[in-house]
Design a protein around this ligand. Structure first.
Ligand code: FMN
Length: 195
C-alpha cells in the first residue's frame, strides 16, 4: 500500500472533547480539551495539556485542581463553544445553560449535565512547548445514577458519548465487541434434550 510520510504531527484520533472545569463554585470556567488521556490505572492518573495563553491555564496552575467532564452528542454545540470562546470574556456556564454541582473532593464544580466527571488533583506541571502538561491523580469520580445498573455497573454506552477526530465531532456509534472478545472461548452448545 502506498503511504505518504509527513514530519511528526499531533494526529492521534479519536480523542475526547472533554469539558474541563476549573476555579471554584463561585468563580469557575470551562475549557474544551482534546489533549487528555489516562496514563496509569493504579493510582488512577490522567493529564491535560493546556496552552499557556488560555485563561484556564493559570487558574489550574495556581489551584492545582480541575474536573474532566465527559461530553455527549447532545452537548456538542456547547463543547465547541467552550473551545472557541474565552472565560476572560464570557461566563461559559451561563452562555451554555450548564448547571454547576459541587464536587466531592476538589474545588472546581462538576457540570451537572455531563454523565461522568473525574475530579483531578495536579501532581506535576511540565511545560512541553506550546502546552503545559498537567499530570494529575483522579481522586474522585461522579457518575449519573441513571447509567448505573442494579449490579452497580456503569453503562457508558447509554450516555451517547461524543468524540473528536482531526477537527470534527462524532457521535460514538455501533458497538463492535467487548474487552477480550477476540480470545473469548465460545460457549459449547448444550446437546438437545432427548425426548
Ligand atoms: C475540540 C477542541 C479541543 C481543544 N483542545 C484543547 C487542548 O487540548 N488544549 C488547549 O490548550 N486548548 C484546546 N482547545 C482550545 C481551547 O478550548 C480554547 O482556546 C478555549 O477558548 C480556551 O478557553 P479559556 O481561555 O476560557 O481557558 C480545544 C478546542 C476545541 C474546540
Amino acid at each position: 500500500m502506498a503511504k505518504v510520510s509527513w514530519k511528526g504531527s499531533a494526529l492521534l484520533a479519536p480523542v475526547p472533547a472533554a469539558l474541563v472545569t476549573c476555579g471554584d463554585m463561585e468563580k469557575s470556567n470551562i475549557i474544551t480539551i482534546g489533549w487528555t488521556g489516562i496514563v496509569c490505572t493504579r493510582p488512577p492518573m490522567t493529564y491535560i495539556s493546556v496552552r499557556q495563553e488560555r485563561y484556564s491555564h493559570d487558574i489550574i496552575l495556581d489551584s492545582g485542581e480541575f474536573v474532566i467532564n465527559l461530553t455527549t452528542s447532545a452537548m456538542v454545540r456547547q463543547t465547541d463553544l467552550c473551545g472557541v470562546k474565552s472565560g476572560r470574556d464570557i461566563d461559559k456556564f451561563a452562555v451554555c445553560g450548564f448547571h454547576k454541582a459541587p464536587a466531592k473532593i476538589v474545588a472546581p464544580p462538576l457540570i451537572e449535565e455531563c454523565p461522568v466527571s473525574l475530579e483531578c488533583r495536579v501532581t506535576e506541571s511540565r511545560i512541553l512547548g506550546t502546552h503545559t502538561m498537567f499530570l494529575a491523580e483522579i481522586v474522585g469520580v461522579d457518575a449519573e445514577e441513571k447509567y448505573i445498573d442494579s449490579k452497580g455497573k456503569l453503562n457508558l454506552q447509554q450516555c451517547g458519548l461524543a468524540a473528536y477526530a482531526h477537527g470534527e465531532y462524532f457521535a460514538l456509534g455501533r458497538k463492535l465487541g467487548d474487552f477480550g472478545f477476540s480470545v473469548k472461548k465460545k460457549k459449547k452448545k448444550k446437546p438437545a434434550a432427548h425426548k
